[in-house]
Ligand binder design. Sequence first.
Ligand code: URA
Length: 237
Amino acid sequence: MERLQKVIANSGFTSRRKAEELIKEGKVKVNGKIIKELGTKVSYEDSIIIDGVLLKKEENKEYYLLNKPRGVICSVSDDKNRKTVVDLIETDTRIYPIGRLDYDTTGLILLTNDGELTNILSHPNNNVEKTYIAKIEGILSKENIDALKKGIIIDGRKCKPVRFKVRKKDLEKNTSMVEITIVEGRNHIVKKLFHELKHEVIKLKRESYAFLTLDNLKSGEYRILSIKEVKKLYSLK
Ligand code: URA
């Protein structure tokens, strides 16, 4: 739900100030009823008629980059009432995450209400690179590293990382930190890759998505994408 004058202004019909004047003058009807109250909330499904002309509504497009914390679900709502990524963004617009990160995965996730961009970024042909840092159990053998580089069959389909690097080995704790870049969007794909090699993922963080990185965003913080960044994402098509 948005304020009536905002919906009118967002449609490009007129400025917000002019829209307020039209409302006060009694020239705006919502679902057949004249509305003179400026704060009235309407939805984009409501019929709005101004001076006899039906308003064609276009929701403003919004784009956010969030550093998702652990314990937050990547969806618009949750039947178990858990916190969602959408709850972390202050907006009245119906945004949703592009793709998903697991409940216990942290890091970069984009949210928007732009269906066209969502389709571009989700389409496998557009090869959008995502880089993850995974803390895994054990130390990878040379054979496993070679197998990863060649690609591993997951659920009957090969997944071949674009890049792969062991960042750190902790021989005492018997864990490793690995950096892996993939273009795949399949659910739980990184965990499944390492599971195939018998190295369970202990922690997972997405550090980058296409050319976007977390920079200094803290866990739970977000920022709005610039127009330049949105255009660059569109150019990935
Ligand atoms: N791969 C996973 O296993 N989990 C994620 O959250 C993202 C990619």
